[in-house]
Design a protein around this ligand. Structure first.
Ligand SMILES: [Zn+2]
Length: 70
């Protein structure tokens, strides 16, 4: 089952859920606000690489310096 990333505008946070593919919205696990599926953009940052990624602050998607779009 694929892992999808969702964004909660209420908490301003992202969370990941396993779901079956067609789900576009899920309730936030913290506040139950309907959260939208977003493109999963990262592998690093979840599980030990967070500080390293923050230190270099380089986008691995487009090689921009402070990319917020990917
Ligand atoms: Zn929330």
């Amino acid at each position: 089952m694929p892992l999808y990333e969702f964004y909660c505008p209420q908490c301003d946070k992202r969370f990941e859920e396993l779901c079956r593919g067609t789900t576009e919205n899920l309730p936030c696990p913290q506040c139950a606000t309907e959260s939208k599926k977003v493109l999963s953009t990262f592998r690093a940052g979840w599980g030990g690489l967070g500080s390293e990624a923050a230190a270099s602050s380089r986008c691995s998607g487009c090689s921009g310096k402070s990319c917020s779009s990917c």
